[in-house]
Structure formats: structure tokens, C-alpha cells
Design a protein. Structure first.
Length: 214
């Protein structure tokens, strides 16, 4: 099968994203939202709805949508945030569907500093994520703000429990990555072997929209 149509489609899509970004379209532009002066003086406080939580060994990555920056008792919409919470600061468990208050260093997603470097903004902005936050304080305001996401998380937990009930830990880790996009139980060597065999694509990627991907 010729790969030329696929290459042409990829080039077309890349050019389209570039033009949309340059035109200032909300979800494609690389320019950060405009905020009042002094917004980043010290630690920033934000609220938002958790739609994805990636648990790692020493930290947890929380993805927030409908996020707002709280400044002088006013709220400023700032799209989405990828927040990193270390284990020592994770005093409360924030699951998908919950509304949280986060405090910590908030920064714009950086632009590439060298030619050929990974373009973080180009990757995250279409996914409505425009900020990074290093969290030093977390509070769960409403545990079940979005009932649909809460239900989805409960279904996912049942699937995970079922997988580990009928398989060994190593087999369950691979199956969990393939079906649910959870790679915490796959070590670096196993992931490297998947890449070496050219089949790393079978390890599912988590949906960034906050809803079930099919």
C-alpha cells in the first residue's frame, strides 16, 4: 500500500494547524490568554474540574478543564492546566470528576528554544491545555462535580480490578496499558521492547478530552 496519500494528508494537516495558529483561532493559537498585570506575582490559586489523573511513583499529573485563575477575589478563565503534585503535597485524593483548588507556581507552556525541539504548545493547545502548574497545596472542593466522569472512573476501576484478578501482575500491567492507557505497571524495559518491535502503538493513549475514547 502506498504511503504517499498518508504523507500528503499529514503535511496538509500540519500546514492547516500552522495557519489556524497564525490566524489566532482560540484552540490553535500559540499565544497564551491575556491576563491582568501581576497575575503571576508569587503563587497562583486556580480552580478547575479534574478530567484526568496520571499517578506516577513520586507525583501525580492532574489535568484540569474549565479552569479559573483567582486574583483579588475575581475569576479569570484560563482554559486547561496540567498540574504536577508531588506525593508529599497530595494531601487529598483528586479523582476525575472532582472540582479542586490548587495553589502553586503557574507558568505558560514554553515555546521551543532550539530548532527541532518538541513544540509543547503545538501539542497541548489543541487539547485546550495552556498552562503548567507546580502544586504546593491542593483542596478538593467538590468530590463529584461531574457525575459522568465519576461514573466513568468507577467503571475504569472495576475493569482494572477484573484484569488483575484473572492475570498475573506482569500480564495485567500490559493489558491495562493496551485497554486503558495506564502504563504505571509497565517498566521502562518493557516499553523499550514494544518500541524495538515496532508495536508501541498498541499501548493505548489516554483520551485528553475527559470522555471515553473509542
Amino acid at each position: 500500500m502506498s504511503k504517499r496519500p498518508l504523507c500528503a494528508a499529514a503535511v496538509f494537516w500540519a500546514v492547516l494547524l500552522y495557519l489556524l495558529g497564525g490566524a489566532g483561532i482560540k484552540y490553535f493559537t500559540y499565544a497564551p490568554p491575556e491576563l491582568p498585570s501581576g497575575a503571576f506575582a508569587g503563587k497562583a490559586a486556580v480552580t478547575g474540574e479534574v478530567y484526568r489523573a496520571d499517578v506516577h511513583t513520586r507525583s501525580t499529573s492532574l489535568y484540569l478543564r474549565k479552569a479559573n485563575l483567582i486574583l483579588n477575589s475575581k475569576k479569570y478563565p484560563i482554559d486547561g492546566i496540567k498540574a504536577t503534585v508531588t506525593t508529599e503535597h497530595m494531601k487529598e485524593t483528586a479523582k476525575p470528576g472532582s472540582e479542586v483548588l490548587l495553589q502553586g507556581e503557574l507558568q505558560e507552556i514554553p515555546l521551543p528554544s532550539n530548532p527541532g525541539q518538541f513544540h509543547e504548545r503545538a501539542y497541548y493547545y489543541p487539547r485546550k491545555i495552556k498552562w503548567y502548574q507546580k502544586v504546593s497545596y491542593i483542596q478538593v472542593i467538590q468530590p463529584e462535580k461531574n457525575r459522568f466522569l465519576c461514573l466513568q472512573e468507577k467503571i475504569k476501576q472495576k475493569l482494572q480490578n477484573g484484569i488483575y484478578h484473572v492475570m498475573t501482575k506482569e500480564q495485567a500491567g500490559i493489558m491495562e496499558a493496551m485497554l486503558l492507557g495506564e502504563k504505571a505497571q509497565i517498566d521502562t524495559e518493557q516499553q523499550f521492547l514494544f518500541q524495538l518491535m515496532g508495536c508501541s502503538h498498541i499501548l493505548s493513549e489516554k483520551c485528553t478530552s475527559g470522555y471515553i475514547c473509542v
